[in-house]
Design a protein around this ligand. Structure first.
Ligand code: AMP
Length: 398
């Protein structure tokens, strides 16, 4: 029997959605809504991938998430797949604070808690809540499940999630390392264990997309991750700094008179590969390097240096290393980044198979030589499928 799950990811002006049959794991439909509440004409692209395949485009004023979702549901009713067969809606929720360690059935109490957590993720949680409330109103008779980007990391060891600052201030303000991309790190680390046929792996997952984060996972349990209270620290990203000296924040304020909001924008939106090279997309960075651009070369050197630095630290924390997995846009596609990182990991006995590394594929695969002491893997992430699976598991157990 089919079990269609509607997976929703609501941003401030966009909604990404997929309809996945959790039984066959088939992608039935997907779509993207853009320019919600921007005062300009909104757009919806709806693609039906199951029976009666087709692509549909709508331009319309979309003043809020409810209007946008109502229009999306009209498209489902008009072109399919059948919305009435949907068994649940899975909502991607960025920040679950320390309250949500697992997928959770959403009720009014959960929404209230999410609102209380909004100061921790002011850009992400409010649109997520708007999407949840709109979907609950429009589809009131099916369960809605919250899947939290932070959940996988709630049980990090205390020495990993605690910042070295006054404990009273930290506890009053809920400051701790939360970590993000948890659904991806969990899914990919499970796939790696499956591919290598071992559940006692000491492994490192490098989620390298536009946002980028790393996790160290020991026998299925995360022990460290590179993002923190916010998704800003850690690795170099498309537009985010990753780690910097925290003293830079006060310094920018004093030297340039920038406000907290201006500094936030600088560090989140104008830094990372964009700030270093002028490009956010790793394909453009690579083309610039190939054309002899020294600024792009330095940007890549900083990017790789940070990755190697983290992998070394995580290997020590794990007390050994069996596997390193690359995932997300850059990790899955850039053989150059993977090669540059692995070249620097000979100290751990990493040997990349150049031929295997250069093959383009959507399949999970090993790209290290048979002699390599540490297996190097590429595993495409699939957060939506993971969310659909987790929702079905929750419904089966409740
Ligand atoms: P994600 O956030 O996982 O969707 O990743 C998006 C990023 O992946 C883009 O900004 C690019 O930097 C990177 N990317 C996508 N395709 C490629 C490719 N073929 N080679 C290198 N980088 C890629």
């Amino acid at each position: 029997m089919s079990k269609p799950i509607l997976v929703l990811n609501c941003g401030s002006s966009s909604i990404k959605y997929q309809m996945i049959d959790a039984e066959s794991e088939e992608l039935l439909a997907k779509g993207l809504v853009q320019r919600i509440a921007t005062g300009t004409t909104g757009t919806i692209d709806h693609e039906v991938l199951s029976n009666n395949q087709g692509e549909y485009h709508v331009d319309q004023e979309l003043p809020d998430h409810e209007t946008a979702l109502a229009k999306v549901f009209d498209l489902f009713r008009e072109h399919g797949p059948n919305l009435d067969e949907t068994v649940a809606v899975a909502h991607r929720t960025v920040h679950g604070g320390d309250k949500f360690a697992a997928p959770t059935l959403i009720d009014n109490e959960v929404v209230k808690t999410l609102r209380e957590l909004s100061p921790l993720a002011p850009l992400h949680n409010p649109p997520g809540i708007a999407g949840i409330q709109a979907a609950r109103k429009l589809l009131p008779n099916i369960p809605h499940v919250g899947i939290f980007d932070t959940a996988f990391f709630v049980n990090l060891p205390a020495e990993a999630y605690t910042y070295a600052m006054d404990v009273g201030t930290a506890s009053q303000t809920k400051i701790r390392k939360y970590g993000f991309h948890g659904t991806s790190h969990q899914y990919v680390s499970q796939q790696a264990a499956k591919l290598l046929g071992r559940d006692d792996l000491k492994q490192i997952v490098c989620h390298l997309g536009n946002g980028a984060s790393m996790s160290a996972v020991d026998s299925g349990h995360p022990i460290e991750t590179s993002m923190g209270l916010t998704p800003l620290p850690g690795l170099v990203m498309g537009t985010r700094t990753g780690d910097i000296d925290p003293g830079i924040i006060g310094y920018l304020h004093r030297e340039l008179g920038w406000t907290a909001a201006e500094i936030d924008t600088e560090l989140n939106k104008r830094s990372g590969m964009l700030g270093l090279t002028g490009h956010t997309d790793m394909r453009d960075v690579q083309s610039a390097i190939d054309a002899g651009d020294k600024r792009a070369r330095l940007g890549m050197d900083v990017y790789v240096h940070r990755l190697v630095f983290y992998i070394g630290g995580y290997a020590a924390l794990l007390g050994g290393l069996d596997a390193i997995t690359f995932t997300a846009g850059v990790g899955e596609n850039s053989s150059e980044v993977r090669a540059e990182v692995c070249e620097r990991l000979g100290v751990f006995g990493v040997q990349l198979d150049e031929q295997a590394n250069s093959i383009r594929s959507k399949e999970p695969r090993v790209i290290s030589t048979p002699e390599s002491k540490v297996k190097v893997l590429v595993i495409p992430t699939n957060e939506e499928l993971a969310m659909a699976r987790q929702s079905v598991e929750l419904l089966a157990s409740s």
